[in-house]
Design a protein around this ligand. Structure first.
Ligand code: ZN
Ligand code: ZN
Length: 338
């Protein structure tokens, strides 16, 4: 896992020779290979109005391209309806998040992943399980992987994340996971949650963003850190191809309206994939943010703590006004009787 972003040059060359070589390399060939194309379904599993009356499989498995799988947890199995990503390299595989359901009977995630993993040397390919962040809906399935051979689960706490990826100046620096013929860059993106990471896959040119950027409510814990993260990712991707931004949830319909919190039914669901414009617009959206709520076509910025505090204040003012009105009414009535 290299922490620097410098490309390595052949040893034994002088600085001048390396500079010349750099010039030739950059002018002779494009810096980044063409991403492997993939497909996305027009419609994911949207749950049901009455889940009991219309049973459905807990997991939808979609092959984006032969080495990249997208798994969607059914909104009926859990309202969070997480998206989980499996990336296969020639030496190991990477699972991004384990979703919102722990019980393997209700959600056989580990079994589904093992079925997708190819064999190498008569054994399943080793698997590394990482998390976009530590919120329970992104790691509830972890125990299903705990006792499997050749599986490593990265810890969810900040210290564990920093130590595993080698971030010694968090949230600065980029880590690199080498899956064999496929490199995934790991970018710290705190703001929604202190431990948040985004993952950039050099094979497909997809950025996996968890709850940092998705067609949903972007819940803000630290607006300053969030904006810095957005700038960091924009800068990282400036020269790189970006095919799609794929996040952890869909909470909006195609018109950009949010489903009721906790809903098991997503009629006319917004598409999962976001584009570079959605990312580049994010820092400015934070500059304009009023600290409570802002709606954009493809996401909603919201600080639920601020909004709850404001609602609490309004409730207090209304209750205070009502109490004062009652006190005056009773005082007037007492005076009239006297
Ligand atoms: Zn979250
Ligand atoms: Zn989430």
């Amino acid at each position: 896992m290299r922490r620097d972003e410098l490309r390595r040059f052949p040893c034994g060359l002088s600085d001048a020779a390396m500079l010349t070589l750099t010039g030739i390399l950059f002018s002779a060939s494009p810096a980044w290979a063409e991403p492997v194309p993939g497909s996305l379904p027009a419609q994911w599993n949207i749950g049901a109005e009455d889940c009991a009356a219309s049973p459905q499989p807990p997991l939808q498995v979609h092959t984006y391209e032969p080495q990249t799988f997208i798994l969607r947890q059914s909104p009926c199995a859990n309202f969070e309806a997480n998206f989980i990503y499996l990336l296969i390299g020639s030496d190991k595989a990477l699972l991004i998040d384990t979703g919102a359901v722990a019980d393997p009977k209700a959600m056989p995630l580990a079994q589904a992943i093992l079925e997708l993993l190819p064999d190498k040397d008569n054994k399943k390919l080793p698997l590394l399980v990482v998390h976009t962040h530590r919120h329970l809906d992104h790691r509830a399935g972890d125990p299903q992987f705990a006792s499997l051979p050749s599986v490593r689960v990265v810890p969810v706490d900040l210290e564990g994340v920093r130590a595993f990826f080698g971030f010694d100046n968090w949230p600065n620096g980029i880590a690199h996971l080498d899956l064999g013929g496929r490199t995934v860059d790991v970018i710290p993106t705190p703001g929604h949650n202190q431990t948040h990471l985004a993952f950039y896959d050099d094979r497909t040119g997809v950025l996996f963003t968890g709850d940092f950027l998705m067609p949903a409510r972007l819940l803000i814990e630290d607006a300053g850190a969030y904006r810095e993260s957005a700038l960091r990712v924009v800068d990282f991707l400036k020269m790189r191809p970006l095919t799609h931004i794929l996040g952890g949830h869909i909470e909006l319909n195609a018109a950009g309206r949010a489903y009721r919190f906790g809903s098991h039914y997503h009629p006319n669901e917004h598409r999962l994939e976001l584009a570079r414009e959605d990312l580049t617009a994010l820092p400015a959206a934070f500059e304009r943010f009023n600290g409570f709520y802002a709606r954009y076509p493809n996401y909603i910025l919201t600080n639920s703590v601020h909004t709850l505090m404001a609602l609490g204040f309004i409730v207090l003012v209304v209750l205070g006004g009502a109490a004062l009105g009652l006190y005056r009414f009773l005082r007037r009535r007492r005076r009239r009787r006297a």
